[in-house]
Design a binder for this molecule. Structure first.
Ligand code: NAD
Length: 273
């Protein structure tokens, strides 16, 4: 079994959903984990709202779960859109847990709109969290990772970073950007032994898909029927993915010393490239 004993991970958006699954999997493999999330996101009509409230409270619950495994864990309140928050989050991880070896940029938001009627705010919020947030988190961690001559960055992209979707042009563009950014950063940092990879999850019923199933359901359809339609219609293996599926790949990537610059799908076969 892969051992990450003695390593410290920082997971953004790690309070719940995929980030929580990654944090728990890394902790099971031996890592101590800092979880960064935010309590309140500026509420707009265009992004999912109540569900993004309470991230720091949820982060503290995930910290308790990790502590119960015998690992050390801390919760940090941070908004990945803010440069100063990213710098503080990295410093609090180093101060609180004694280092930083694995950075997981997972925080993300989604919303749905055709391009023709999409307002600029929807575009800007999506790119601020999903793209600028990844850039700023990486930028804050790079000096520490480079200085120790070893480190691993895992950016959570999506199958939406491999193929477009109607109504999700802004989200898909943001996830294509995460893949391109990760690929470029992998080349930039390879000589310093800092590896950068992306994970492209498929469909997981986190709060993100609770929102999507509600938003994308047809007028004659229940939310549950819409969910089943997407699962059966899109996923060759016919079943949704789980946060632990994504966590297992994160554990692998954290330890895979010869893997960098990859964008790996965990999607039951939706995308095969
Ligand atoms: N659920 C899916 O099917 C799916 C599929 C592919 C990719 N993804 C990606 O996986 C990642 C996690 O998604 P999830 O499904 O677990 O969603 P989620 O909504 O359950 O979790 C996202 C977390 O990010 C936090 N967050 C949002 N904005 C933030 C900010 N500005 N600063 C700090 N934290 C912030 C939220 O509070 C929340 O805890 C996202 O990047 C998402 O785009 C999800």
């Amino acid at each position: 079994m892969t051992s990450l004993n003695g390593q410290v991970a920082l997971v953004t958006g790690g309070a719940r959903g995929i980030g929580r699954g990654i944090a728990l999997a890394l902790a099971h493999a031996g890592a101590n984990v800092a979880i960064a999330d935010l309590e309140h996101i500026a509420s707009t009509a265009q992004q999912y709202t109540s569900a993004t409230i309470g991230g720091f409270t949820e982060a503290q619950k995930t910290v308790a779960e990790i502590t119960a495994l015998g690992r050390r864990a801390i919760a940090i309140q941070a908004d990945v859109r803010q440069k100063a928050d990213n710098e503080r989050m990295v410093q609090e991880t180093i101060d609180g847990l004694g280092g930083l070896h694995i950075l997981v940029c997972n925080a993300g938001v989604v919303s749905v709109s055709p391009v023709e009627t999409m307002n600029e705010e929807m575009w800007d919020v999506t790119f601020a969290v999903n793209v600028k947030g990844v850039f700023l988190s990486c930028q804050a961690a790079i000096p520490k990772l480079k200085a120790q001559g070893k480190g691993c960055i895992i950016n959570i992209a999506s199958i939406a970073g491999k193929n477009g979707s109607a109504g999700l042009a802004h989200y898909c563009a943001s996830k294509f950007a995460v893949v391109g950014f990760s690929n470029s950063l992998a080349k930039e940092l390879a000589a310093t032994n800092v590896r950068v990879n992306a994970i492209c999850p498929g469909i997981l019923r986190t709060q993100m898909w609770e929102y999507l199933a509600d938003t994308l359901k047809r007028s004659s359809e229940s939310k549950e029927d819409a969910w089943q339609r997407y699962i059966k219609g899109m996923i060759p293996l016919g079943r949704p993915q789980t946060p632990d599926d994504i966590g297992q790949l994160a554990v692998y990537l954290a330890a895979a010393e010869n893997v960098t610059g990859q964008a790996i799908n965990v999607d039951g076969g939706i995308e095969m490239h």
